[in-house]
Design a protein around this ligand. Structure first.
Ligand SMILES: Nc1ncnc2c1ncn2[C@@H]1O[C@H](COP(=O)(O)OP(=O)(O)OP(=O)(O)O)[C@@H](O)[C@H]1O
Length: 257
């Protein structure tokens, strides 16, 4: 279990995060959701160990890791821009981390991941020959072969369009559930957060606005911010789709009249 206890972060005298208290169970998919500048990436960086906390504790499986350096935490991140190596092909990218740590995954385990992520036919391609979804799956495979204890994903779907987005969502869920891997996702999109996660952490101005299952957030928004930020956006999307359908039906009726 990952526990965040009273976590605090200050940049240049400004408090960015405060009173962050949270329990994340093993194998759960958690989304950190909130508007631009609310502290999502900062929280991800604190968990990963890129940034140091200015107060509070991070406890992983009973051990206080607040002062444990990033490389010793054993967590791993897929960055928003994937950060793949352009001079290596897909297979070389996936297995790059194993060059210096060959025992972490066997060739069989690497092949399993390649299959799970549907990358078999792309292994010899250069990175610039891949679509956005293929790059994202390569980045996921490269991170997963290192068997992270926690998988962190920074806006994993934001660069992808509709159908691809849904397929990557399925892959992320399959990985988290097949490997019982705690997965923490940063997103600013309520629909994404509510459809991919077991629980959603909604941040507002550096504090927790609500933390709960998607169904709880939809049925019991705890405050006006959640109602306004989350539910309004979803309602607008729903209404747009209804309008589109209604207009389409109307024009079809006009044609057949
Ligand atoms: N290294 C840093 N030094 C100073 N201020 C920082 C640093 N990193 C982040 N901040 C500030 O902390 C606040 C939160 O930033 P953060 O990147 O965590 O927000 P976010 O919710 O991820 O935003 P976005 O959705 O736009 O990426 C912002 O006001 C930002 O300017």
């Amino acid at each position: 279990m990952l526990k965040l206890e009273n976590l605090k972060k200050v940049y240049d005298g400004v408090t960015i995060l405060e009173n962050i208290n949270l329990n994340i169970e093993d194998g759960e998919i958690i989304s950190i959701l909130g508007p631009s500048g609310c502290g999502k990436t900062t929280l991800l960086n604190l968990i990963l160990g890129i940034a140091e906390a200015d107060g509070g504790h991070i406890v992983f499986n009973g051990q206080d890791i607040t002062d444990v350096p990033m490389e010793k935490r054993g967590f791993n991140i897929v960055f928003q821009d994937y950060a793949l190596f352009p001079n290596l092909n897909v297979y070389e990218n996936i297995t790059y981390g194993l060059r210096n740590n060959p025992g972490i995954s066997t060739e069989e385990e690497v092949q399993e991941l390649i299959e799970l992520l549907g990358l078999e036919e792309h292994l010899n391609k250069r990175i610039d020959q891949l679509s956005g979804g293929q790059k994202q799956r390569t980045a996921l495979a490269r991170t997963m072969v290192m068997k992270p204890k926690i998988l962190l994903l920074d806006e994993p779907l934001s660069a992808l369009d509709g159908v691809i987005k849904e397929s990557i969502k399925d892959k992320i869920r399959a990985i988290a559930k097949d490997y019982n891997l705690t997965t923490i996702i940063v997103t600013h999109d309520p629909e994404e957060a509510l459809t991919i996660s077991d629980k959603v952490l909604i941040l507002e101005k550096g504090g927790i606005s609500q933390y709960g299952k998607p169904s709880e957030i939809i049925t019991h928004p705890e405050n006006p911010f959640v109602k306004k930020f989350i539910l309004n956006q979803l309602e607008i999307k729903r209404n747009n789709i209804y309008m589109l359908f209604a207009n389409t039906m109307l024009s079809q009726q006009e044609v057949s009249a």
